[in-house]
Each structure stands twice: as structure tokens, then as C-alpha cells.
Design a protein around this ligand. Structure first.
Ligand SMILES: [Fe+2]
Ligand SMILES: [Fe+2]
Length: 171
């Protein structure tokens, strides 16, 4: 049986993934409203991915016969300084999630929750990719600054994102 500490931390991680889902959705709505449809599309797909992460943990907890306890999701920020500022916040969010996953992994190791350690390895690799992608987008926006034609190109580029397969699929 999983320790209470590990159970609580897994439930908190589900909440964090759902918070990311909600934040990305709010970011997408902000971009859409300003006619940056490519940015909106990219962020909406990112929000879908976060829901996938939450569900991957949710399914895993059920397989492990561990009670899922859902809690309130905090309201997202809905006003941002600019489109580039949205992506800066996205990067900060990913860094926060990575720190949380790392702490969860350390806890699982200390508690000898080996199945959880294996499951969390997927999340550690995923965070490496998520941070890398967000960092690259932030760097491009920094180069672009206020150049309108480059901003439009960037919007088009982000709009080319297509959905990735569901992580782990159904339980
Ligand atoms: Fe995530
Ligand atoms: Fe993420």
C-alpha cells in the first residue's frame, strides 16, 4: 500500500496538471481574443496535453488502488501584458511543474514506492521537453520584439502545431 505522503503528493500533482490545463486555456483565450490565432491554437493544444497529464496520473492511481482526491483548481490569470508575456509565464509554469515532479520523484524514492518511481520517469522526460520547447519560443519572441511581420510569422509557425498521441492511453 502506498504511504499517505505519496498518495497526497500524487493527488497534489493531479491538481497541478489541472491548474496548468486551466492556465493554458486562459492564455489561449487571451491570444484568440487578440487575433493571434496561431498562438491560441498552440496554447489550446498545450492545455489538452496538460489534461492528458492529469488523466495519466488519475488512471495510474486507480490502477494502484489509490484513492483519487480532486480539489479546487485556482482561477487562472486572465490579463497578460502582451503575447510574448504569455509565453514567459508558460515557461515559468513549466519550470514550477518540473520542480514539483522532481520533488515527487524524490519522495517516491525515499518511500520506496518503486512503481511510482517508474511512472514518474515519464513525467521527468516530458518536463525536459516541455521546458525546452517553451524556452525556444520565449527566445524567439525576445528576438522579434515589436516587429509586426516577424510576430505574424511566429503566430503562423505556432499555429502549425498538431496534436500528439495521448500519453499512456487508457488505463
Ligand atoms: Fe504537465
Ligand atoms: Fe506542461
Amino acid at each position: 500500500m502506498l504511504s499517505d505522503k505519496v498518495q497526497a503528493a500524487l493527488n497534489e500533482q493531479i491538481n497541478m496538471e489541472l491548474t496548468s490545463w486551466y492556465n493554458y486555456l486562459a492564455m489561449s483565450a487571451f491570444c484568440e481574443h487578440r487575433n493571434f490565432r496561431g498562438c491560441a491554437q498552440w496554447l489550446r493544444m498545450q492545455s489538452d496535453e496538460e489534461l492528458g497529464h492529469a488523466m495519466k496520473l488519475y488512471n495510474f492511481m486507480q490502477v494502484r488502488h489509490c484513492p483519487v482526491v480532486l480539489s479546487a483548481i485556482a482561477s487562472p490569470v486572465t490579463q497578460y501584458e502582451s503575447i510574448p508575456a504569455v509565453f514567459k509565464l508558460a515557461l515559468a509554469q513549466e519550470e514550477k511543474v518540473s520542480a514539483s515532479i522532481n520533488a515527487l520523484y524524490e519522495l517516491a524514492l525515499n518511500e520506496k514506492a518503486f512503481a511510482e518511481v517508474v511512472e514518474l520517469q515519464w513525467f521527468i522526460s516530458e518536463q525536459v521537453e516541455e521546458e525546452r520547447t517553451a524556452r525556444a519560443i520565449v527566445a524567439k519572441f525576445e528576438l522579434i520584439k515589436d516587429d509586426p511581420s516577424a510576430l505574424l510569422d511566429m503566430d503562423r509557425e505556432l499555429g502549425e502545431r498538431r496534436p500528439e498521441p495521448e500519453p499512456g492511453g487508457a488505463a
